[in-house]
Ligand binder design. Structure first.
Ligand code: MG
Length: 236
């Protein structure tokens, strides 16, 4: 799991290097796929329920699951990259949102609030806590930052499958959920917006966008809960 997570973190860094005005999203996908394969891993997303690429590239009002293609990256865009890798049967899953250029204050706030919401969720994933504690930690940061919380998509258990049964909502549900114990691995992934939180799926069957066209950000880490607390696996 550590190795798979490290590969995902390195892939996101490699894509960040290439993320400049003029590059196509298909090129970003090629960079990611070749990195994953050179590392001896396989891209988890490619072929997953028919998804055609190795990463998701979601731009501006696209929240998640954007399909790489001919689109050209431009200055001033909010670009979320989600990557997954399978190494020796174990999965890593991670996402980061970048701004192409220097973001206006509200967009910088959206991006930093989403990252901080993720980190608050990670910090809450300690042995003895419950899933609701993680959800509540994410929600509190999002609300404090004035962001909308996208609700239909949630974090998940991860291991020998990308999506395992455990669900980690980015908001309180009123149910405590399971007690968190050492050995549990999960992907925590807040998706926040600068406007309303309603989303819809485009005709391509994948791309999730905000209904009000507001900008969105997405950060995700795969973590392992140890006796000492949460360990982020999708990091360098
Ligand atoms: Mg995920």
């Amino acid at each position: 799991m550590r190795r798979a997570g490290r590969i995902v973190a390195d892939v996101l860094a490699a894509v960040e290097e290439e993320l400049k005005p003029g590059v196509t999203t298909a090129t970003l996908d090629t960079v990611a796929e070749s990195y994953i394969r050179k590392a001896g891993a396989r891209p988890s997303f490619k072929g997953y329920r028919g998804f055609p690429a190795s990463i998701c590239v979601s731009i501006d009002s696209e929240v998640v699951h954007g399909i790489p293609g001919k689109r050209v990256i431009q200055e001033g865009q909010v670009v979320s990259i989600d990557a997954g890798a399978i190494w020796k049967g174990y999965h890593g899953d991670g996402a980061r949102t970048f701004f192409v250029g220097t973001p206006p204050a509200d967009v910088a706030g959206l991006i930093s609030t989403t990252r901080l919401a993720l980190m608050a969720g990670v910090a809450a994933a300690v042995p003895g806590a419950h899933i609701e504690d993680v959800s509540g930690a994410v929600e509190d940061v999002a609300v404090e930052g004035g962001c909308g919380i996208v609700r239909p998509y949630v974090g998940h258990g991860i291991g020998t499958r990308m999506h395992e049964e455990l669900q980690i909502p980015n908001y309180r549900t009123g149910s405590r959920g399971i007690e968190i114990q050492p050995g549990i691995c999960m992907a925590i992934e807040p998706m926040l917006t600068l406007g309303k939180a309603d989303v819809e799926t485009l005709a391509d069957g994948w791309t999730v966008v905000t209904t009000d066209h507001s900008l969105a950000a997405h950060f995700e880490h795969t973590i392992a809960v140890t006796e000492k607390g949460p360990e982020i696996l999708t990091t360098v």
